[in-house]
Design a protein around this ligand. Structure first.
Ligand code: PLP
Length: 443
């Protein structure tokens, strides 16, 4: 029997037959509120007529142009827009087909930058524990998600690792947040020194951690400190904004709220809001100038680089975000959603933390609120919440806790920026129902 391979090889997921606005419907007639935008992708909701029209118009003119032969106006305009709206001199844009490809391209550009600087000995990346940067081998090597890495470890390059900035679990009660931040920066500096600063290519981190930790912003000053260390030791700072970028946290680039300019930013997901697969690498002038004045070539490339229809979708999405003031909406709705969640779960015995920025919102579930002890990971509470939520007509993005107690199960919410207050209230009500049912199911 021929078959489509799904991630779960034993179970075929429901068949989606139609999607509109906040909602998706399956073949059996069930309707779901998409409160997670898939995996923080659908920032405009589904079937936005203006995006569909832009894609159709592009399809009618040039559906495909190999980037080795041609550029297209639509790809140029998108690049111009992303560069213009980026902080500092992040003026240069390379278009790929998704988040992992963006991270791969970022890593390769960073390494090539070192080589063209005559620093061929630089081969160490530093990233954080419990991070996720994608599933291709380079991106997987960069990430510190142990479960995803485990069986591929022998194939992955070695990456130096530092602790994530994860206040809820790692800042001891009573410790001044500034001291906690200083400790993390000390650890990063020690790691750079241990590797030998002359050997380090760059440091990569998500400005707001998405799936692995569940919407965790950094403490104030953390990224300023990271930038200062990268400058001090001449290493590149790569911001992974695949999940948190493109308005999800209320500014187009999440780092805008940190007041720093990374050397390279990786984008994906919200760039075209799911209408087409596309990612991007946004790069500062000095990096690209080094390559331009050196070999003159970026030693990289994929068949679908700068795909015109994907670029048309992304351009339309970006125009709509600006036209409809959706960055402001993401900020305001995010605050409202967190308030509603606090009202509903603020005293819940198993909701340890409610956090996030803009419309990237997370709930961490714990067995014991006082000790923050997570549930036994074998109970698979996160999976139970996902399943019960689907039963309540709600899509949420789950992530499991770890056996060593380094994080609890958590639930990520990433509704579209067009969500109304009534939609948010509905999300919270359905989640409350789902959580009650999930906790009963694992009891
Ligand atoms: N980086 C981050 C922070 C992500 O959340 C993801 C996907 O979840 C990726 C990279 C990889 O993106 P993609 O799944 O589009 O390859």
């Amino acid at each position: 029997m021929t078959q489509l391979i799904h991630r779960n090889l034993r179970r075929t997921p429901p068949t989606a037959v139609c999607a509109f606005g906040m909602y998706m419907r399956d073949k059996d007639g069930n309707t779901y509120m998409d409160a997670s935008g898939g995996a923080a992708v659908s920032s405009l909701g589904h079937s936005h007529p203006d995006v569909l029209a832009a894609m159709q118009a592009q399809l009618k003119t040039t559906a495909y142009a190999h980037s080795g032969f041609f550029t297209t106006d639509v790809a140029e305009e998108l690049a111009h827009r992303l560069g213009t709206d980026a902080p500092g001199d992040l003026n240069n844009v390379y278009l790929v087909s998704g988040g992992s490809e963006a991270i791969e391209a970022a890593m390769k550009m960073a390494r090539q930058y070192c080589v063209e600087n005559g620093e061929t000995q630089r081969r160490v990346f530093i990233a954080r524990k419990q991070s996720y940067h994608g599933n291709t081998l380079g991106a997987l090597a960069l990430g510190g998600n142990e479960a995803r890495r485990k069986q591929f470890e022998p194939l992955l390059m070695t990456v130096a690792r530092v602790s994530p900035c994860y206040e809820y679990r790692h800042r001891p009660a009573g410790q001044d947040p500034a001291d906690y931040t200083a400790g993390l920066l000390d650890e990063l500096e020690r790691t750079i020194l241990d590797a030998g600063p002359q050997n380090v290519i760059g440091f990569c981190a998500e400005p707001v951690v998405g799936a692995t930790l569940g919407a965790v912003p950094a403490t104030p000053g953390y990224f300023k400190g990271v930038r200062a260390l990268c400058d001090k030791y001449g290493i590149l700072f790569i911001a992974d904004e695949v999940m948190c970028g493109m308005g999800r946290t209320g500014t187009l680039y999440a780092v805008e709220q940190e007041g720093v300019v990374p050397d390279i930013v990786a984008l994906g997901k919200g760039l075209a809001a799911g209408y087409q697969p596309i990612g991007a690498v946004v790069v500062r002038d000095h990096v690209v100038e080094r390559l331009r004045n050196g070999s003159g070539i970026f030693q990289h490339g994929h068949t679908y680089n700068a795909h015109p229809v994907a670029a048309a979708a992304a351009l339309a999405v970006q125009k709509i975000i600006k036209r409809d003031c959706l960055l402001g909406a993401a900020t305001v709705r995010g605050t409202t959603l967190r308030r509603m969640l606090r009202d509903a779960f603020g005293a819940h015995p198993h909701v340890g933390d409610i956090r996030g920025r803009g419309l990237l919102v997370g709930l961490e579930l714990v067995q014991d609120r006082d000790t923050k002890r997570p549930f036994d990971p074998d109970l698979q509470l996160h999976a139970a919440v996902k399943e019960k939520a689907l039963g309540c007509g709600l899509m949420v993005y789950p992530m499991g806790g770890t056996a060593d107690g380094k994080r609890g199960d958590h639930i990520l919410l990433a509704p579209p920026f067009i969500a109304t207050e009534a939609d948010l209230a509905q999300i919270v009500a359905r989640l409350s129902d789902a959580l009650t049912r999930a906790l009963a199911a694992i009891a």
